[in-house]
Design a protein around this ligand. Sequence first.
Ligand SMILES: *[C@@H]1O[C@H](CO)[C@@H](O)[C@H](O)[C@H]1NC(C)=O
Ligand SMILES: *[C@@H]1O[C@H](CO)[C@@H](O)[C@H](O)[C@H]1NC(C)=O
Length: 333
Amino acid sequence: MSAWLGATLVAFVLIIVLLIIKQLFWNPRLKSVKNKHVVITGGSSGIGKCVAIIAARHGANVTIIARDVQKLEAAKNEILHACENKDVQRVEYLSLDIGANYENVEKALADLEKTMGPIYMLVNCAGIAICSKIEDTTPDSLNKMIHINLLGTYYCIKAVTQRMKASREGVIVLTSSAAAFLGIFGYSAYCSTKFALRGLAESIAMELRPYNISVTLSLPPDTDTPGFAIEELSKPLETKLISQTSKLVNPDVVADKLFKDALAGKFFSFIGLDGFILATLCSGMSPFKSISELLLQALLMGLLRIVSAFYLICFDKIILNCITTRDKNKKSE
Ligand SMILES: *[C@@H]1O[C@H](CO)[C@@H](O)[C@H](O)[C@H]1NC(C)=O
Ligand SMILES: *[C@@H]1O[C@H](CO)[C@@H](O)[C@H](O)[C@H]1NC(C)=O
């Protein structure tokens, strides 16, 4: 009896190891962006600019969208330098507030396609993060995040899908956050918008698959960008301590992974072991790309749920400690 149990256990572990090896080392055929038009929102800095540079290296015509013309101009020059073949590739920018008004976005993207060609790949990177406890969150910062993170992404995708569907090809990327897998202290507004992007991504993935359009949801952890530096300024201590449990990654690492996963047609694009654990644990009813991915998720989900409990308990302890320390400091004042 115990021999059977042992054998079953060994087989179970073996299957998981094999599945992980396959996921890690089996390279699916990637789509190509060569001679195609790639549009990146939030393309003047951070992850967006890195994606634009990678697309240029792969021979695409690139348009970056952001608001600040000076930053766009500077980023455009950087991207031009990265072009595989400067004689045939084009790099343009568009100064646009994507979250303000749908009609504006629709017209701007339609005009852009007339001058730069049909959009093959749309990468939504524009986003902001402002941290604070819910009682300290101003309606203004909540509004900003809803407009840029959610509405901006929704508007841009809505504006391009009809033409993408007609051409029977396309790649859409939404940049969410690892904070779309779990709510985190201090992120009530930010998490709300990033969770929403997951709902958006799952819905359109189902709508667009029959038209040969793939949808990828990028879920980066804290990334070392100009936006992150600003976010740090407003972060409550609890949020900082919780965030420190995972390490800061470089934007080019996130961009590289996002680009590969999108061209491989994967739904989730995550970074590192933490990302793998969260994506597996939270895969729920999300789309899957292969049977091996599905099996791995199914086999590991229950186990990882137990692991998640340790993290949650640890986070609760951090928060309680902060409250106790603050109370002590108040009394001694
Ligand atoms: C990219 O730009 C070049 C130069 O203007 C143009 O010839 C080519 O058709 C463009 N490609 C696409 C896909 O728009
Ligand atoms: C689907 O799109 C890819 C490019 O993304 C293209 O190479 C392929 O031919 C398309 N397949 C169909 C059936 O249209």
